[in-house]
Design a protein around this ligand. Structure first.
Ligand code: FE2
Length: 108
């Protein structure tokens, strides 16, 4: 596996896990801002899957192998998978913000 393949797979794996988290947050949003936040999180997970798809397909064009299983993605990702149940008191914005800050620091 090349260095480029490793770095791109890091990003693909991170996007796979982030996509799931963003989708989960979209489901569990509650309160007065429900509609606005529900739509906002939907836009974020749509963007995550769009980017993941573009990178994986470009990797294949370059003869590289994108990560193709959730098990492997979870081994590679640096995004922390959520395992706790969502309750009324979860700060959904904080969950998303932590992952977005990670992506901002990620360099290829
Ligand atoms: Fe939805």
């Amino acid at each position: 596996m090349t260095n480029l393949e490793n770095k791109l797979n890091q990003y693909v794996a991170d996007l796979m896990v982030a996509y799931t988290k963003l989708h989960n947050v979209h489901w569990y949003v509650q309160g007065k801002q429900f509609y606005r936040m529900h739509e906002l999180f939907e836009g974020y997970y749509d963007k995550a899957t769009e980017d993941m798809d573009a990178i994986a397909e470009r990797m294949l064009q370059l003869g590289l192998k994108p990560v193709a299983s959730l098990k492997k993605a979870l081994e590679i990702t640096k995004i922390e998978e959520r395992t706790e149940e969502f309750g009324r008191d979860f700060d959904l914005v904080k969950i998303v913000k932590t992952d977005f800050e990670y992506f901002l620091k990620l360099t290829l």
